[in-house]
Design a protein around this ligand. Structure first.
Ligand SMILES: [Zn+2]
Ligand SMILES: [Zn+2]
Length: 488
């Protein structure tokens, strides 16, 4: 160990036994900003980064009545609080013209796509390549959504994916719906977000240009453009400002915030249930298609969120159209085979839960093995019937037998295998399943009947088993190595 960690000072005592110590060099990697943009921020990340940082980096104190005035991010409170208030009050004194309403909806989608297709799928996840004109358009539209610069946004979002559901995720869904929706912006961050590399973005001239001129760009794109088009187009300057500027901005904000809140709270987990992201149509509808978030967290570099043609993902369609128009290329798609593995795993998991809720026949190894004479003797005092090498007690079934009591009683103390499997009546799968529930013993030497279709009830021929339950399956060597395997 000493050669691996040559400059180790005294490790934190509590950590020493469970995690490797952190070298001073590694500690510095997240204590200070990387000097050069060229070096990835996570180049020297230690193996124990997450557990160590969560344990040793002190978060800011909780918000209380005593400290809230100094702990709020007043700039964000102003943007997120005043915009809806001014917008709603102004709307009360501003008639809505239909042309302006249509323009406001269009501009909502355009600036929303700036975030979903631009900030999110292009820059944060690199899920496709965009030509320069498209990048400039998306950078401008994204500025119109007033959610910070590409660089700042993508850095937080990459930390969100990397440290999902931990306190290194800036919008950790485990801190509640309100926190992940808006709380994380209106209070000062309680912790620095986990390390996430954005050196690829800092090399991009368009990302740098947007970052440099960000304030000018939000003024133009969030307020001037939405006002000027209705103003010059149909003389509705004030309506443009109020509906396509202010209120449209409120909708874009809360629509995209829902990706962090609603998409980690509402819906199903068809691909993986390890973390909080979920798939739901409602979330997709309010987020321009970002509602298939369970898929997205599993396959973040896929340009799609929705993989079925009928699911609502306009952002995917937009990127696809851009490709057809020659503005985008290299749309990344995760191999369908791997996507379906995730789905199958979750389906099996749910089926296993159903399987575990049902009652199953006694395990063969728990049943007593008796010989034919003993069987005959015991059948004198109990209604025992032998079928396919198993002894069954049919005492509670005599009056329930659909074929009548007499067909059971005449087979007590006999081998009814042939009669059960078609000789008298070719019993249903349900009957075979039920019969197996009445097993009380195994007939010694009854193996000749032990063909799978007779000895294994239909409901158990296809079972879901954990890898460690499959003795001798290749995962466990015990059954083979000690010479007492399946053939023993
Ligand atoms: Zn997420
Ligand atoms: Zn994402």
């Amino acid at each position: 160990m000493s050669s691996v960690y040559p400059s180790r000072k005294s490790p934190p005592p509590a950590m020493a036994s469970i995690t490797p110590p952190v070298t001073p060099k590694l500690a510095n990697a997240h204590a200070s900003k990387p000097k050069a943009d060229e070096e990835p921020a996570d180049m020297n990340i230690p193996d124990n980064y997450v557990t160590y940082t969560l344990k040793h980096q002190k978060p800011l104190p909780p918000i209380t009545w005593d400290n809230w005035t100094t702990e709020l991010n007043w700039l964000n409170v102003g943007i997120l609080g005043l915009t809806p208030i001014i917008g709603i009050v102004s709307a009360c004194f501003t008639p809505l013209r239909w042309e302006t309403a249509v323009w406001a909806v269009i501009y909502y989608y355009l600036t929303g796509l700036g975030i979903t297709a631009g900030y999110h799928r292009l820059w944060a996840h690199r899920s496709y390549n965009a030509s320069k004109p498209l990048q400039y358009i998306l950078a401008l539209l994204g500025a119109g959504a007033v959610e910070g610069s590409i660089k700042w946004w993508a850095r937080g979002h990459r930390a969100h994916h990397r440290y999902t559901d931990t306190d290194l995720d800036p919008y950790n869904a485990h801190r509640g719906l309100l926190w992940s929706h808006i709380g994380w912006m209106i209070v000062k961050p309680r912790r620095k977000p986990g390390v996430a590399d954005v050196s690829d973005l800092t090399k991009s001239e368009i990302v740098r240009w947007q970052h440099r001129h960000y304030l000018t760009l939000i003024f133009i794109m969030a307020f001037v453009v939405p006002t000027i088009i209705p103003g010059l187009g149909w003389g509705d300057w004030k309506g443009g400002y109020v509906y396509a500027g202010l209120l449209r901005l409120v909708f874009v904000h809360h629509s995209t915030f829902c990706v962090n809140s609603l998409a980690h709270w509402l819906g199903e987990t068809p691909f993986d249930d390890k973390h909080s992201p979920r798939d739901h149509l409602v979330t997709a509808l309010v987020t321009i298609g970002e509602g298939y978030h369970n898929f997205h967290h599993q396959f973040p570099m896929d340009y799609r969120n929705a993989i079925k043609w009928y699911q609502y993902d306009p952002t995917k369609w937009f990127i696809w159209v851009c490709k057809k128009a020659g503005l985008a290329s290299h749309l990344k798609v995760f191999p369908d085979n791997e996507v379906r593995k995730g789905q199958l795993t979750m389906q099996l998991k749910r089926l296993r839960e159903t399987q575990d809720k049902l009652s199953w026949p006694e395990d063969n190894s728990h049943l007593p093995v008796i010989n034919w004479e003993s069987y005959l003797q015991q059948a004198q005092s109990r209604p025992l019937i032998c079928v396919a090498g198993f002894i069954h007690d049919v005492g509670d079934f005599l009056d329930e037998h659909p074929g009548g009591r007499h067909l059971l009683t005449k087979n007590i103390g006999k081998d009814a295998t042939t009669a059960f499997f078609g000789g008298v009546y070719d019993h249903s799968n349900a009957a075979h399943n039920l019969l197996a529930m009445k097993r009380v013993g195994v007939l010694h030497g009854g193996a000749p009947h032990g063909l799978e279709d007779k000895s294994i009830p239909p409901s158990q021929r296809l079972r879901i088993a954990q890898y460690n339950e499959m003795g001798g399956s290749g995962y466990s060597s015990a059954a083979w190595s000690d010479g007492e395997g399946l053939m023993g």
